[in-house]
Design a protein. Structure first.
Length: 274
C-alpha cells in the first residue's frame, strides 16, 4: 500500500512524531492510521520503560488561571535535559496540559483526562517515544480564591499563584505583583500565624545557640532568641516581607494601600531550580 505525504503529515500532526517515525509506523501498519498511532504509542511505552529510572530534573513550570480568575494551577512538566525543555513544541505541550489542568484538582484525575484523543497519561508515554526522554508531571498545584493571579518567571523554571480576598479594578496588577514577590523571595508562610510551631521551635534553638556563641548569658539566650523571631518573620513570611518593588514598605502595607480590607488568602510556588 502506498504511503502518501499527506498520510505522514496527518500522523505527524496527531502525534508530534518525526517524519521518518510516522512513515515507518504507517508502513508497519500497512496504511492503517489508528494502528500506526498505536505503534507509535507502543514505541513510547518501550522507551518509557527503559528510561523509568532516569532523573527528570529539567522541564518547564507553567502557571495558568481560568477566565473567571478564581482558579489557578501550576504544572511542572519534567524531562531529562534542558535542550528538550527549551523546545517550543515541548513548552506548547506543557501549556496545553496546564489549560486542561484547570478543570481538575487531583493529579490522578488529570492523568486520566482526555487529551488529544487519548488519556493524558498515554499522551505522556507517546511523547516519551517521540522525544526520546522520560517525560512526567512532577508537580501539580491548585489554588482557589475570589481573585487569583499568576506569574511565570523568564525561562519557565519558576511559577507562582497568589489568591486575593476580593476582586476589584486593580486586582490583576496587585495579584501579579504579589505572585512576583513569591517567586523572588520564596516565603515559607503567609504570615507569622501561619508558620508551624516546629519551625518556630527550630529557629528559637538556632537563636539560643547563636546567642551563647556571642557570649550572652545562658539564662538570657532564649529571651534573645525569641526577640530575633520578628526578624525571621519579616524575612520569611509573605505579608511581612519588604515589598520587592518598594522596600520601604512591606507586602502587607502594599496591600492596604490598594484596598484597606484586602488580604492574600494563599499562595503557591514551584521551582525547578531553587
Amino acid at each position: 500500500m502506498k504511503i502518501t505525504a499527506s498520510d505522514v503529515n496527518k500522523l505527524r500532526k496527531t502525534t508530534g512524531a518525526g517524519i521518518m517515525d510516522c512513515k515507518n509506523a504507517l508502513v508497519e501498519a500497512q496504511g492503517d492510521f489508528d494502528k500506526a498511532v498505536e505503534n507509535l504509542r507502543k514505541k513510547g511505552q518501550k522507551i518509557a520503560a527503559n528510561r523509568a529510572e532516569r532523573e527528570s530534573s529539567e522541564g518547564v513550570v507553567i502557571a495558568k488561571v481560568n477566565s473567571e480568575k478564581t482558579i489557578g494551577v501550576i504544572v511542572s512538566l519534567n524531562c531529562e535535559t534542558d535542550f528538550v525543555a527549551k523546545n517550543e513544541k515541548y513548552i506548547h505541550l506543557a501549556n496545553d496540559i496546564a489549560t486542561l489542568a484547570l478543570k481538575y484538582d487531583d493529579l490522578n484525575k488529570l492523568l486520566e483526562a482526555e487529551f488529544s484523543g487519548m488519556r493524558l497519561s498515554e499522551k505522556l508515554i507517546e511523547q516519551t517515544g517521540v522525544i526520546g526522554e522520560k517525560i512526567e508531571i512532577a508537580n501539580f498545584k491548585t489554588l482557589k480564591a475570589p481573585f487569583v493571579g499568576s506569574y511565570v518567571h523568564a525561562g519557565n523554571k519558576i511559577s507562582t499563584l497568589a489568591g486575593l480576598s476580593s476582586k476589584f479594578e486593580q486586582a490583576e496588577e496587585v495579584a501579579k505583583n504579589v505572585a512576583m514577590q513569591v517567586a523572588a523571595m520564596n516565603p515559607i508562610a503567609l504570615d507569622q500565624d501561619s508558620v508551624s510551631q516546629d519551625v518556630i521551635d527550630r529557629e528559637i534553638e538556632v537563636g539560643k545557640e547563636l546567642a551563647i556563641q556571642e557570649g550572652k548569658p545562658f539564662e538570657m539566650a532564649e529571651k534573645i532568641a525569641k526577640g530575633r523571631l520578628n526578624k525571621f518573620f519579616k524575612e520569611t513570611t509573605l505579608v511581612n516581607q519588604a515589598f520587592i518593588r518598594d522596600n520601604k514598605k512591606s507586602v502587607g502595607q502594599f496591600l492596604k494601600e490598594s484596598d484597606p480590607d484586602l488580604m492574600v488568602t494563599s499562595f503557591k510556588r514551584y521551582s525547578l531550580s531553587i
